[in-house]
Ligand binder design. Structure first.
Ligand code: CA
Length: 235
């Protein structure tokens, strides 16, 4: 039975990834560093510092200093904010409402340190994420794809790992969820092909947030029956 959902933010709750990728590319271009816009979809879930370091190693053949990473991430965040209000992911409010109706608890698990979105959660998803049920980039030593963010999210739930469902839109996020030993659902909301989620071992893959929201009531019911059948079998 699913008692808690650990829910990613960018690309799940907000249709923000197209803006993130453009902001990353513009920030790097300002510093004369070449990147492809779509490559940032592949790094989605990583902390800003880890993403900056990865590109420094490839393009400049050295690590970014903490000062550089802080300054560049701040610039990227400023560009992102200047792009204006990001829309709520279509059908995500319906998905969250379904979880709440079924009594499924929610923990936000994001690699973001982007306050412009985190501070909007209460408005866009009223009552969905209590202040103490949020794991952000500030709470972890190792970001996704390390399992740490989801293990910290799990620790907040107080339930067993098999009673938890991870909801992700990025391959590295799926890797983090599976690495934490959790049932992990991948929802396709960007240009990532299905195979990328299969490679990371996603338990279920949906082609859109609408498809996931449609399937969720039955999924929660079937997981409930499945667990009850297991209990009967054990008896
Ligand atoms: Ca994401």
């Amino acid at each position: 039975m699913i008692k808690f959902a650990l829910i990613d933010m960018d690309g799940v709750l907000y249709d923000s990834m197209p803006y993130h990728t453009l902001a990353w590319q513009q920030m790097m271009r300002e510093r004369g560093i070449h990147t492809d816009r779509d490559e940032f979809y592949l790094y989605e879930g990583m902390t800003g510092k880890a993403t900056i370091d990865l590109i420094f190693m490839r393009e400049l053949h050295r690590h970014a200093t903490d000062e550089e990473a802080t300054a560049l991430y701040r610039r990227k965040a400023d560009i992102f904010v200047a792009m204006g209000q990001k829309r709520v992911m279509p059908d995500a409010q319906r998905m969250i409402a379904t979880l709440m109706e079924h009594g499924v608890g929610r923990v936000l698990v994001t690699g973001s340190a982007q306050n412009s979105l985190i501070s909007r959660l209460n408005e866009d998803y009223p009552g969905a994420f209590a202040d103490d049920m949020r794991i952000t980039a500030m709470d972890v030593t190792h970001g996704k794809p390390d399992p740490e963010p989801y293990l910290r999210g799990l620790a907040k739930t107080g339930v067993k790992p098999e009673e938890v469902m991870v909801i992700e839109n990025a391959p590295l996020g799926v890797r983090a969820g599976k690495g934490a030993g959790l049932f992990t659902v991948a929802v396709t909301t960007g240009p990532i092909p299905r195979e990328a989620f299969e490679r990371e071992g996603a338990d279920l893959i949906f082609p859109s947030m609408g498809a996931f929201a449609d399937a969720l009531p039955e999924l929660l019911e079937s997981r409930r029956e499945g667990m009850e059948n297991e209990c009967i079998a054990e008896v």
